[in-house]
Write a protein that binds this ligand. Sequence first.
Ligand SMILES: Cc1cc2nc3c(=O)[nH]c(=O)nc-3n(C[C@H](O)[C@H](O)[C@H](O)COP(=O)(O)OP(=O)(O)OC[C@H]3O[C@@H](n4cnc5c(N)ncnc54)[C@H](O)[C@@H]3O)c2cc1C
Length: 315
Amino acid sequence: MAGIWIIAETREQAFELLGAGRSLAPDMGTALTAIVRKGAGPPEETIARGADEVFLLPELPPDQPFGAHLPVIEQEAKTASPDLILFISSARGKEMAARLAARLGAGLCSGCTALAFDKGSGSIRMERLAYGGAAIQKLTASTKPVIVAVPPRSFEPAQVVDGRQGKTRELPSPPPSAVRIIEKKPKEKVAKDITEARVIVCAGRGFDKKEDLALARELADALGGELGATRPLTEEMHWLSADLCIGLSGVQVKPELYMGLGVSGQIQHMTGVRGAKVVCAVNRDENAPIFALSDFGIVGSLYEVVPKIIEELKK
Ligand SMILES: Cc1cc2nc3c(=O)[nH]c(=O)nc-3n(C[C@H](O)[C@H](O)[C@H](O)COP(=O)(O)OP(=O)(O)OC[C@H]3O[C@@H](n4cnc5c(N)ncnc54)[C@H](O)[C@@H]3O)c2cc1C
């Protein structure tokens, strides 16, 4: 086996990918190589967190995108022939993974939610959601390398192990990219990051009007949690920021408690709630699909049920 590579733009991405890589490296009997930006933290820490080898990408002029490194990475990959190359499935990570796959003529699995090495057949097995989250697609890599992009927070960041040793090498600067950065604008964040929330109260279309969302906010406050939403509330009614949309086209959440109020439980929404420890639902329709996916359910109008829950919590 010729190695697992991780390619990361930030330290956080590198640590998550090292977590994924370390879970496979012993079974594959191979080394783990981290390809990271030189300015993204000391290589000693990358080694302590699981890399056997660190390739440092030189800092680029401000008008050059991270993807400009691709020709250099391509050459390295052609020489070293790694078995597996891991990216984070962010907008930029997915784009880079696809471009590298095309350059290497390699297979690509993006949005990969599970990754394992099958010792018996010696192949890499992957899973990803298909049909809008209604099914899980299982894939086996038949080409080498296989390029895999994993969604952020799919793997626990690798922890520091004292005394780990590894090598560091600086990669050459790439030729200037035809793509140039003309301007950078920070994304306006109007809502809190709910992917880190311990408790989420999610408002659905069961709310009659925007002002009534105060009820959901009050419950979230009483539970020490954050407010989330289904897509109709963020994309159709524009009652809440798009950052709060949970699901296939929104964010994946992993709270201890998810509470859906007036949420029907369509698969495109519930796929974002898979990581929740406990799912509760309040819905006036006893046949709402969310009840089949809930640990606890209350059949009733949210306008009657939620004030009673808040009252109990305040006692
Ligand atoms: C490609 C694609 C991607 C999508 N991505 C997402 C996504 O990321 N996130 C997402 O959320 N959706 C997504 N959707 C939309 C998704 O399919 C559903 O349409 C959406 O989740 C439904 O939102 P909802 O449950 O709020 O509304 P509805 O389905 O309309 O459900 C409202 C529920 O409220 C209940 N209700 C009504 N009044 C009350 C009351 N007074 N008290 C209690 N209950 C009440 C009703 O019984 C009903 O069950 C996507 C769809 C597609 C096609």
